[in-house]
Design a protein around this ligand. Structure first.
Ligand code: SDX
Length: 435
């Protein structure tokens, strides 16, 4: 690395030589000393582009929302450690923090909560919308389609005011959309939101109440749901958040960005892993003693089986969210007086994997999805709703990143380049001359 004086400031650079030409790339440093070579002028000065499939080494942006130190297992939202937010905060307070950048005052939070409570209902025409969808559809594409369809009901031209309205509408209506996608899948009547209940309690009553029977919200369950939402609220430039930023970079609206984020999250390598973890644990529970057999398959290069809920692109240490969830698992199950064979199996799998060379050498630890499904199951959340819970939690993070990108004066439409490996130029061949 070299240093150059620019505007009386020392600018660190990294120098590369290509085809006899030397190029100096400025170094950008973050507040936690993350260092990046700024390649924004690379092609215009050298003709070179960079190649980084999966973007494992590529920063897409500078962001002030969430900090992760994967080597140390650190996660902070706007500088606040996830462990402290999990212990002291609420989901709506965390949503405000992520979106606005500071913890809300009591008055801020009261007004924010009231605004959200007043926008929880869906337009009645959504009943026909849900009715047109197959009952056995997975709730994730139902939620993605419904959030996208919100853009047909709210068509005001984009303005700062309209974007703020959209933020409130999305946060308010996501639990209603989630609960309705579940009720639709089981053929039960939709339950209207009850605005005198807090965010998580309202979601639970829309999920489990029926016109014939009131659902009394257990504060233990409601608090656990709120904690799960906090733990999922943001995670910097993950696959679905990068998708939201990419869609928003074309100046498509926030409904479109969030709908795309929900679709990206559905994948089993991403948010869909929590459902796969439970299916894996249930399979092991059915086939006695198959934990070791399962781990053998996960280690076998010739087998595509993976230990779902393990491994992470950024964490090469224990995912701090998994640590909180593991502790919460036992607390919730004890408080509810239930037992969990699945929790025992999960802890056994973790114990074996964390002393197994294959997993240790690759720094594969439990991630957020490994224990979350066990808690969702203990709370009575249906398995196919686990990733919807993840989407509900991640919503404020997606919104915060969309707004951060849109408010960046230097933001540009996302448009990566490629290294072309296809055919060189060749003349068109008429049908009769093709073999
Ligand atoms: C989330 O990015 C985020 O922040 C995501 C997230 C968020 O909050 O937004 O944290 C949420 O998506 C958590 C991850 C949920 N997914 C899973 O639990 C699925 C199982 N895990 C993996 O498929 C994998 O670990 C990924 C997808 C999470 C990460 O994949 P990478 O970074 O591309 O790593 P890789 O596939 O290149 O794996 C490196 C090595 C490979 O072996 P080798 O080729 O070196 O021999 O580790 C192996 C992999 O085969 N490996 C696993 C494994 N995960 C990686 N082997 C067995 N089981 C696993 N789970």
């Amino acid at each position: 690395m070299a240093s150059q004086m620019t505007d009386n400031k020392t600018q660190d650079t990294v120098d590369i030589t290509f085809e006899g030409k030397s190029i100096s790339l400025p170094i950008v440093r973050g507040t936690e000393n993350e260092s990046a070579a700024d390649i924004s002028k690379l092609r215009s000065t050298s003709g070179l582009i960079t190649l980084d499939p999966g973007y494992g080494n590529t920063g897409a942006c500078q962001s002030a929302i969430t900090f992760i130190d994967g080597e140390k297992g650190i996660l902070r939202y706007r500088g606040y450690p996830i462990e402290q937010l999990a212990e002291h905060s609420t989901f709506l307070e965390v949503a405000w923090l992520l979106i606005k950048g500071e913890l809300p005052t009591r008055a801020d939070l009261a007004l924010f909560s009231r605004e959200i409570a007043r926008h929880t209902m869906l337009h009645e025409d959504f009943r026909d919308f849900f009715g047109s969808l197959p009952k056995d559809a997975h709730p994730m594409p139902v939620c993605a389609a419904t959030v996208g369809a919100l853009a047909t009901f709210y068509q005001e031209p984009e303005s700062d005011r309209q974007i703020q309205n959209t933020v409130i509408r999305l946060l308010a209506k996501m639990p209603t959309i989630a609960a309705y996608s579940y009720k639709h899948s089981i053929g039960q009547a939709f339950m209207y939101p009850q605005n005198d209940l807090d965010y998580s309690a309202n979601f639970l009553q829309m999920m489990f109440a029926t016109p014939c029977e009131e659902y009394v919200v257990d504060p233990v369950i409601s608090k656990a749901v709120d904690l799960l939402l906090i733990l999922h609220a943001d995670h910097e430039q993950n696959c679905s958040t990068s998708t939201v930023r990419m869609v928003g970079s074309s100046q498509a609206n926030l409904f479109a960005g969030i709908s795309a984020g929900i679709s990206a999250l559905w994948g089993p390598l991403h948010g869909g892993a929590n459902q796969k973890v439970i299916e894996m644990l249930e399979q092991i529970a059915r086939e006695e003693g198959s934990a070791e057999k399962f781990l053998n398959r996960a280690r076998d290069k010739g087998d595509t089986t993976r230990l779902m809920g393990f491994g992470h692109r950024i964490y090469k240490n224990y995912d701090p969210r998994a640590a909180v969830l593991k502790k919460t698992c036992s607390q919730v199950i004890n408080k509810l007086g239930t037992s969990s064979r699945l929790l025992e199996i999960a802890m056994k799998l973790e114990e074996i994997a964390l002393r197994d060379e294959y997993f240790v050498s690759r720094k594969l630890y439990p991630n957020v999805d490994f224990y979350s499904g066990v808690i969702y199951k203990a709370l009575g959340i249906p398995t196919n709703m686990f990733t919807v819970m993840f989407a509900m939690g991640r919503l404020p993070g997606w919104i915060a990143h969309f707004l951060e990108m849109r408010n960046d004066p230097d933001f540009r439409i996302g448009r990566p380049r490629q290294v072309y490996t296809g055919s060189k130029e060749r003349p068109y061949v008429g049908m009769d001359r093709r073999s």
